[in-house]
Design a protein around this ligand. Structure first.
Ligand code: FAD
Ligand code: S2G
Ligand code: ZN
Length: 482
């Protein structure tokens, strides 16, 4: 908790701000309950907490606007009075982007803007407000024979606005592509309160710079996303999931290749995890996963999902793919499919429940370097304690690996040494420091590893153009300048 006020902090106190916002917004738009407000100031990992400043400079409320107009009013006011704002969705982000960093920021949460505005059931396009929870949109689309182009373990809490702001990846990217490629329209409010209405449901619209794409993935630093129009692909008729036990990461890769060639267009997901991941889950959340899905403790597990329009046709493809494997299970009905998926989706949840300290890395690297990367992290984490271990899991279909070290205690020196070595490795091999989780606070200082100086300079010019007073999520994405 930082007590002394810092240079450049907002001048208005929480009480003054609250009085002004109460005068301009309906009562429902101000959340004052202290424990709720506190929850909005701590991230999901419990690793980032907005500091409480003295002199009543830390807002004791959260803003929850109910309309784009209210967001615009709020930003006009904050722009005029130079009050920093943290746009927030479901607060499931993993890089510290969704909570205050300095302590004087106002949290602007989109939860109350959760309406579906329109659904085009011929073209398969949903238009909705940014505060819609992803799982709610999935139910809405599924009831109409469609589905959302993304799914992730946080779908029960994350909002489509946050998904867009982080260009979230998840388990469907291998089939439907990035969220970015599925966005047709966007509505956002800029730092000065200007409403940018780019809500469009046309598949083709080549009229100048694609401004919406600037906001997708900008993590709340260029504007507040208030609405979107997203392509919803047709819901597959049948879904089958195979889980295979494999002996090496190379075998995971070769099996993925085989899946691609045997299943072709019906391959809808390819996720993997290793033995330490499954053992951690069985040990930490036996109430969720009580037994091994396949007899024995195997080095690696590969989950392959086929989803198409003809169960028989898909099954024939799947049987060809599964031919020759010794250890595996094939889930045919929804409950078996769900239980295999629950292993994968609960890995990060169990890790968070486990307490202790997680060293979380979400990287993209050429698969040939995977073992070297993991051994680098394993060597460092093992030096913290003999109970420490490293887990590997993720979206192998997109080459996106989540390497998580865990130890009972935290060791700053180990973290510093690990990160120096890891980021030097990524620099050397032109890997990405963030495959899907974004930058937030956590990786702002490492942006130079995945971006050239000229790219960073252009990003800064764009930030200065759109948010010259730096009120939108200050200290996130771009490294702060001295
Ligand atoms: P928040 O966490 O609230 O915010 C995230 C960022 O977006 C912040 O910088 C915030 O300022 C900004 N923001 C939020 N809403 C808006 C808005 N309306 N306008 C402008 N900026 C906004 N991520 C993946 O990519 N793939 C995964 O597979 C995945 N799995 C996860 C599993 C679990 C169990 C958990 C806890 C997280 C997972 N995540 C994953 C990370 C996280 O869920 C995603 O980053 C998600 O998109 C964040 O959405 P949110 O609504 O919670 O946003
Ligand atoms: C996933 C969640 C966060 C993590 O499970 O796909 O994106 O790295 C991750 O545990
Ligand atoms: Zn992921």
């Amino acid at each position: 908790v930082r007590t002394a006020p810092r240079r450049g902090l907002a001048t208005l106190t929480s009480s003054e701000l609250e009085k002004d916002f109460a005068a301009m917004l309906p009562e429902a738009a101000l959340q004052r309950d202290p424990s709720t407000v506190e929850g909005h100031r701590m991230d999901w990992l419990k690793q980032f907490e907005g500091p409480v400043l003295d002199n009543d400079r830390t807002p004791k409320f959260v803003l929850r606007p109910g309309s784009t107009e209210e967001v615009s009013e709020i930003l006009k006011y904050c722009h005029k009075h130079e009050v920093p704002v943290v746009p927030q969705g479901g607060n499931t982000g993993l890089v510290g982007g969704s909570v205050p960093k300095r302590g004087d920021e106002v949290v602007l949460n989109l939860a109350r803007m959760n309406k579906v505005l329109d659904f085009d059931d011929v073209g398969g396009v949903i238009s909705c407000q940014a505060g819609c929870i992803l799982a709610d949109l999935e139910s809405y689309a599924s009831a109409r024979g469609y589905l959302m182009p993304l799914d992730l373990g946080a779908s029960g809490s994350c909002q489509i606005g946050g998904n867009l702001a982080t260009n979230a990846g998840g388990i469907r990217l291998v089939r439907y592509g990035s969220l970015r490629s599925n966005v047709l329209g966007l509505e956002a409010v800029l730092a000065d309160g200007t409403v940018l209405d780019m809500m469009n449901t046309l598949r083709k619209d080549n009229t100048g710079y694609d401004l919406k794409q600037l906001l997708v993935g900008s993590e709340g630093t260029l504007g507040v996303i208030t609405g979107a129009a997203i392509i919803t692909p047709p819901k597959p008729v049948a879904r089958q999931v195979a889980l295979l036990a494999l002996d090496s990461f190379d075998e995971v890769l070769s099996t993925l290749q085989k899946a691609r060639s045997c299943l072709g267009e019906v391959l809808s997901a390819a996720e993997f995890w290793d033995s330490p991941s499954l053992n951690m889950l069985l040990d930490t959340m036996p109430e969720v996963v009580s037994s091994r899905p396949i007899e024995g403790d195997h080095p690696f597990y590969l989950l392959i999902e086929a989803a198409g329009s003809d169960a028989e046709h898909d099954m024939a493809k799947l049987e060809r793919f599964l031919d020759g494997f010794e250890h595996g299970v094939l889930a045919m009905d929804e409950s078996q499919v769900a239980s295999l998926w629950s292993i994968r989706e609960n890995l990060p949840v169990a890790l968070q429940h486990r307490g202790g300290r997680t060293y979380k890395y979400d990287v993209s690297i050429p698969s040939s370097l995977f073992d070297e990367l993991t051994n680098l992290i394993r060597k460092r984490v093992a030096s913290v304690s003999e109970d420490a271990f490293v887990m590997q899991y993720g979206h192998i279909g997109d080459g996106n690996v989540h390497v998580n070290g865990w130890s009972p205690a935290f060791d700053q020196d180990v973290l510093d040494a690990l990160e120096d070595e890891l980021y030097a490795f990524l620099t050397k091999h032109r890997g990405s420091i963030s495959a899907e989780h974004g930058i937030g606070v956590l990786k702002a200082k490492k942006m130079h590893i995945s971006n050239t100086e000229s790219s960073l300079a252009l990003m800064r010019s764009i930030k200065n153009l759109l948010d010259p007073k730096n009120i939108l999520n200050p200290g996130k994405v771009l490294p702060e300048q001295a």
